[in-house]
Ligand binder design. Structure first.
Ligand code: NOJ
Length: 567
């Protein structure tokens, strides 16, 4: 239960909350993204205004007041462009348009402006590693045939072996299976192979080609011109390839793996940085960079490269004091070295929802460990998810939250297999449940599907569970003990408390299994990972707690925010 006591800093009513919000992009609010709360909207599953069972931009526009009231600074929109949806929109057919199932370009422009009027910035997703196989460039390459200039924008190669029926190398797709597919001509004759690090519907672009670079620079300008404040860069460490296409071995020097984290990427992003900066300090480039090596990760965050990157080390860490402390320390250290602002992420559209993950015996996240039927204790998971949110929101830097995280939605793990659409599931031969379980349409109101997601009864694109009536935004809004109320209160404190934001960070002494830190002059955040209640440090006031205190002590799997006594 959240103690709904808010800090005595003059913010209590909705009107005052609104007044406490920052100005919009272009209004001189500088590097707003450094400490922002950024909400990820997965448009297909956020809200459906036209009643077809799939979310759309009109649905997002109708829920802007909800997002404003939640207290976020920006929305990150996962891809909204025309797409055959071979990978949920990460197979982009046209960057300068909106998929008709979501709406029209003019609606996206209106949405960006309407959000801005509420002080909410927009971040769009750009997917530079690949395009859709229905993109005009790829279609032209297929039509033009082997050896054509059109094919040079991609990675087409002849096959090997007597009948050229073996792929050019043994690279594997991130979704399982081989990373090459063979083109079959309309008359049925097989010819060259093309590279796709993801699904066959996502051919990889050749970043050595000047057209590819120019096109992406124009795409950035296209959206910056429309008032977009940031670009989330998909698969940002995979774009550059060794043109010799050597086999992957264990022994690549840093920066020279055939396709992961190659040194050439730095130059690509430097040119993107110049474009972003030409629009002002309020424009931000955010990399999706999964790299285990903290030093290599930091290179992307140097002052002339990207501004920011998702913190996957933190996101994947299990619910353990030691592991999370280590992740926090590494994060702060790595970012301090290059003057970048850390990010704190608990969920997104690719990973198991925290409520489910934290209820498992192994509460870390790994793509290759996802299986059907792994037991979880949702009650434990819910407590931990609440505690984790307060822990993460008190850390210095930006906080990312994924739609439905604020409602405490669990992963939906029993989607009928014939309804699963994620290529990760399909390409694993049905072994991996895939990512659809965190992409189920949002429950807004009512006591049965579609829970206000669509205006009337309809079969939503992924089915919703029958037992979500208590999880709807409406049901939770009325309940001060709900996780939605906790998020609203926490985000309000986070954006208004003078010790958060750019306030200093230091660890406080604590017993084993407890993480305690001070922000600024007097803000304390304490999380108890142990199984017995923990003593609190001396304090004058409790701002917020993820669970009721027990006799003045902090119960297991809980976080409390305090005003520390000045001794
Ligand atoms: C990362 C995105 O987050 C994921 O959803 C997508 O499948 C891959 N990149 C490929 O674009």
């Amino acid at each position: 239960m959240s103690t709904t006591e808010l800090p005595d800093i003059g913010i209590s009513s909705g009107i005052e909350r609104a007044a406490a919000r920052g100005a919009g992009a272009g209004d001189g609010d500088g590097e707003w993204w450094r400490g922002a709360a950024i909400y990820q909207v997965y448009p297909r599953s956020f809200a459906d205004a036209n009643g077809d069972g799939t979310g759309d931009l009109a649905g997002v526009r109708a829920h802007l007041p909800y997002l404003h009231d939640l207290g976020i600074d920006a929305i990150w929109f996962t891809p909204w462009y025309p797409s055959p949806m071979a990978d949920g929109g990460y197979d982009v057919a046209d960057y300068r348009s909106i998929d008709p199932m979501f709406g029209a370009l003019s609606e996206a422009e209106d949405l960006i402006q309407e959000a801005l009027a509420l002080g909410i910035h927009s971040i769009i997703d750009v997917v530079p590693n690949h395009v859709s196989s229905s993109h005009t460039w790829f279609q032209a390459a297929l039509a033009a045939g082997p050896g054509s200039p059109e094919r040079e924008r991609f990675w087409f190669r002849d096959g090997v072996g007597e009948n050229a029926d073996e792929p050019p190398n043994h690279w594997e797709s991130e979704f399982g299976g081989r990373a090459w597919s063979r083109v079959v001509r309309p008359d049925g004759v097989p010819e060259q192979w093309y590279l796709h690090l993801f699904a066959p519907g996502q051919p990889d672009l050749n970043w050595d080609h000047p057209d590819v670079r120019r096109e992406h620079e124009e795409i950035l300008r296209f959206w910056f011109d429309r008032g977009v404040a940031g670009i989330r860069i998909d698969s940002a460490a995979l774009l550059a390839k060794d043109a010799a296409l050597p086999e992957v071995t264990e022994a690549h020097d840093p920066g020279s793996h055939p396709y992961v984290d190659r040194d050439e990427l730095q130059g690509i992003y430097r040119s993107w940085r110049r474009i972003a900066e030409s629009y002002g300090a309020d424009r931000v480039l955010i990399g999706e960079i999964w790299l285990p090596d903290a030093d290599r990760f930091a290179r992307y965050l140097r002052p002339d490269v990207l501004h920011s990157a998702f913190n996957f080390d933190f996101l994947t860490a299990p619910w353990e004091a030691g592991k999370l402390r280590q992740s926090i320390e590494t994060t702060l250290d790595v970012h301090a070295r290059v003057g970048a602002s850390p990010t704190w992420v608990l969920s997104n559209h690719d990973v198991t929802r925290p409520v489910t993950r934290y209820g498992r015996e192994d509460s870390g996240f790994a793509f290759d460990a996802k299986r059907f039927g792994v037991p979880t204790d949702l009650q434990v998971g819910r407590r931990r998810a609440r505690a984790a949110a307060l822990l993460a929101m008190a850390l210095p830097g930006a906080y990312y939250l994924y739609q439905g995280e604020e409602l405490g939605l669990p992963e939906v793990e029993d989607i009928p297999v014939d309804r699963i659409q994620d290529p990760m599931h399909i390409r694993s031969g049905g072994v991996d449940p895939g990512r659809d379980g965190c992409r189920v349409p949002m429950p807004w109101s009512g006591d049965q599907p579609p829970y206000g997601f669509s205006p009337g009864p309809v079969d939503t694109w992924l089915p919703q569970p029958d037992d979500w009536s208590a999880l709807t935004a409406d049901a939770q809004s009325a309940d001060p003990a709900s996780i939605l109320s906790l998020y609203r209160d926490a985000l309000l404190i986070r954006r208004t408390h003078p010790d958060l934001g750019s306030g200093s960070f230091s660890w406080l002494a604590s017993s084993p299994g407890v993480l305690a830190f001070r922000r600024g002059a007097s803000f304390g955040s304490i999380t108890n990972f142990g199984s017995t209640p923990a003593e609190l440090p001396d304090h004058d006031q409790i701002w917020l707690a993820s669970a009721p205190l027990e006799g003045g002590r902090l119960p297991a799997d809980a976080t409390v925010w305090l005003r520390l006594s000045s001794d």
